[in-house]
Design a binder for this molecule. Structure first.
Ligand SMILES: [Mg+2]
Length: 333
């Protein structure tokens, strides 16, 4: 379904054929053929469990999205949600310095959910995994009370070297980003304002994040000292690195000016700055490197130093504490 053709705003995709009209084997028979395999997949889904060839160190991570909390059917198709939940998970694998190899998917849904939505969702999951060279290892289906639709993805990944933690940033390092800043939040704001035409690229990024997956393991090889993916905003996520590493990170506003400018026409200068500093769901990679060591494609946006006398670890903008905090699942209710 093209992104432009929005579904009616409503709590859940009904209409079409309800899930309850198929038994689990029939439904799996329509889902499993869509899922990609890889050379590392030794036993594909369909038996009691899949078997995956992997490295001595395996990365494992999981993420769950819930209709009405994490997406609205009015704004995102089933395929968009498939892309997004896979991208969120694979970004976490990349942010450890690893390469994703497989995912497990669990769908818990009201039996009145339409099969058409599920198959569209499966198509999005399969596309995102195939594009990343990741096998779908299987999953689970379960029914839920009226109106509930939840998708949980667990990703596995290979780690061929040392993991890149949040706690390794050192005084003298440079803070660098790989990928965009603020686009996904800008897209969310435009969806809320019913103004998607003002920046279609931002809206597309909100629906389908594009984490730079290859850059994660490459950064590890290049000597990244700390890394994460930007899920909750530059200030919040940068603050996590700073606190875990007991350092002060100072963002350079000059280095962020182009990101802000790129959103100013669509949103105004103040909201554009908010998106760049605090916008969530971007899934770009944020890392620290020894000075001068950040690889091509990464942009230096700040510096790392020891906290001063009586100063706490944390993140500053041009030497100042700022109040934006980024998306918080619990405080934003
Ligand atoms: Mg993450």
């Amino acid at each position: 379904m093209p992104n432009g053709q929005r579904l009616q705003r409503g709590p859940m995709m009904t209409g079409g054929t309800p899930l309850r009209s198929l038994d689990e084997d029939e439904l799996l028979g329509r889902i499993l053929p869509a899922f990609p395999g890889t050379d590392e997949l030794v036993v594909p889904p369909g038996d009691d469990a899949a078997v995956l060839r992997t490295s001595e160190r395996t990365i494992a991570t999981t993420d769950t999205v819930v209709l009405g909390r994490d997406w609205l059917d009015a704004w995102s198709s089933g395929a968009d949600i498939g892309h997004k939940v896979v991208a969120q998970n694979l970004a976490d694998v990349a942010a450890m310095g690893g390469r994703p190899t497989g995912v497990l998917v669990t769908l818990v849904a009201d039996p009145d959910l339409s099969i058409e939505w599920v198959l569209d969702h499966v198509r999005g999951l399969a596309e995102a995994c195939a594009a990343a060279g990741v096998a779908v290892l299987g999953g689970d289906l379960s029914s839920a009370p009226a109106g509930v639709v939840m998708v949980s993805v667990t990703a596995l990944g290979r780690l061929d070297g040392e993991p890149v933690l949040r706690s390794g940033a050192r005084a003298g390092d440079v803070l660098a980003v790989r990928g965009s800043l603020g686009l996904a939040d800008a897209g969310l704001r435009l969806l809320r304002a019913d103004a998607v035409g003002r920046h279609p690229v931002a809206v597309a990024r909100q629906r389908r994040p594009e984490p730079p997956l290859e850059a994660g393991p490459a950064a590890a090889v290049a000597g990244a000292t700390a890394m994460l993916d930007l899920s909750d905003g530059l200030l919040r996520d940068g603050g996590r690195i700073a606190r875990a590493s007991h350092v002060v990170i100072d963002l350079d506003p000059q280095a962020l000016a182009a990101d802000v400018d790129a959103l100013t026409d669509a949103l105004g200068a103040e909201a554009a700055l908010d998106c760049v500093l605090a916008g969530g769901e971007e899934h770009s990679l944020l890392a620290t490197f020894p000075a001068g060591a950040h690889p091509d494609g990464w942009r230096a946006i700040g510096s790392v130093r020891e906290p001063g006398e009586g100063e706490s670890a944390g993140i500053l903008v041009d030497g100042h504490v700022v109040t934006h905090t980024g998306w918080d699942h619990f405080r934003a209710t």
